[in-house]
Write a protein that binds this ligand. Structure first.
Ligand code: FES
Ligand code: FE2
Length: 349
């Protein structure tokens, strides 16, 4: 009970401005999943907010998903506030201007000629049940590969868990190579042994861990596949449970990040009806752990130079790899302002 009282106190205290300060830009370049495909039906306008921008998503005449700026260039109305889809274009609720999936204005009622204006937007890809957008100068540089579990009948429909935290998305990714936290947050007997292997915009981490779930002693291996800053697939194989977790991390604005976890549990081969039970147990265990992490993320500061123990070198390796997603490697490891700040804080301690 003490713990709860402490939690409430923390939320009421003034916020330390260092908890919102980062040496790196808020939006690394890469592909981000902003919706599941099933969340965008033809004829629907979905309002979104990512990358500090008001956005809308809709499907064009050919069913292709579009993600574009929400505000109409004519007079500024929000297209998600009453806009509708007409012949695969989005029609503004205020004066009826229409825009196609590429953003081009196709109709402006009462205009002698259709103005050459367009809605800003993003390159879009749709596969693996997800709608991805690209942020950055070169969308063709690399692609997120297909995630076969998303469409495989061998896996149950995913547990879908979305949370937001007041943290830079890079910190959410650092979590997977933060070996020590697996003991304290995820109930593992000791930190897993990991090895980060970078491969351009992709990276892999292999590891194994041991934990008890209910009465089971579980020894699992896990293989982590990172596809840029926004998409990570974790495949866990064990004697009891095999599952694939798809971790989608997306910047909401300068201070807030979203983490959407899709957990695909493999249906047990001989006892497929056990899948719902596995889902229940997994939901109860794993989602609580994610919430514990969110509480930590909401309040932690970013240290450019954390005091890392030898087995925690993965955090440094992750940061080196991740720096490629910032313009000119900005916000990489060494940032003098952040370093000074860290030094001040260690002097205080
Ligand atoms: S504000 Fe959209 S049509 Fe006028
Ligand atoms: Fe974690």
């Amino acid at each position: 009970m003490m713990i709860h009282r402490h939690r409430d106190r923390l939320a009421e205290l003034p916020r330390d401005p260092r908890a919102d300060a980062y040496p790196m830009p808020p939006v690394p370049y890469g592909w981000y999943a902003v919706l599941r495909g099933r969340e965008l039906r033809p004829g629907q306008v979905v309002s979104l907010h990512y990358f500090g921008r008001a956005l809308i998503a809709f499907r064009g005449a050919d069913g292709r998903a579009a993600v574009r700026d929400a505000h109409c260039p004519h007079y500024g109305a929000h297209l998600g506030a009453g806009g509708k889809i007409v012949d695969g274009t989005v029609e503004c609720p205020f004066h009826g201007w229409r825009f196609d999936a590429d953003g081009a204005c196709t109709l402006a009622p009462f205009a002698a000629r259709t103005p050459k204006v367009s809605l800003g937007g993003f390159p879009v890809r749709e596969h693996s049940g997800l709608i991805f957008v690209h942020v950055g100068p070169d969308a063709s540089a690399w692609e997120v590969p297909e995630i076969p579990e998303a469409t495989s009948r061998a896996f149950a429909r995913p547990i879908d868990d979305v949370c937001r935290a007041r943290i830079h998305i890079q910190e959410m990714r650092e979590n997977i190579v933060d070996e020590s936290h697996f003991h304290f947050i995820h109930g593992q007997s000791e930190p897993p042994v990991q090895d980060l292997r970078p491969d351009g915009p992709f990276a892999e981490v292999r590891g194994r861990f041991h934990r008890r779930v209910l009465a089971w002693d579980i020894n699992n291996t896990f293989d982590v596949f990172m596809y840029g800053p926004g998409v990570m697939v974790v495949r866990v194989e064990g004697p009891v449970l095999s599952l694939t977790a798809v971790a989608l991390t997306t910047p909401v604005d300068e201070r807030t990040s979203e983490m959407r976890m899709l957990y695909y549990i493999r249906k047990p081969a001989r006892l497929p009806f056990l899948a719902p039970l596995f889902k229940l147990v997994f939901r109860a265990e794993a989602l609580r752990e994610v919430r514990d992490e969110v509480r930590i993320w909401d309040h932690k500061v970013h240290l450019a130079r954390p005091v890392l123990l030898p087995h925690e070198k993965g955090i440094r390796a992750l940061r080196r790899w991740y720096a490629q997603f910032y313009p000119d490697g900005a916000g990489a490891l060494e940032d003098s302002a952040a370093d000074n700040r860290d030094r001040e804080s260690s002097a205080i301690n």
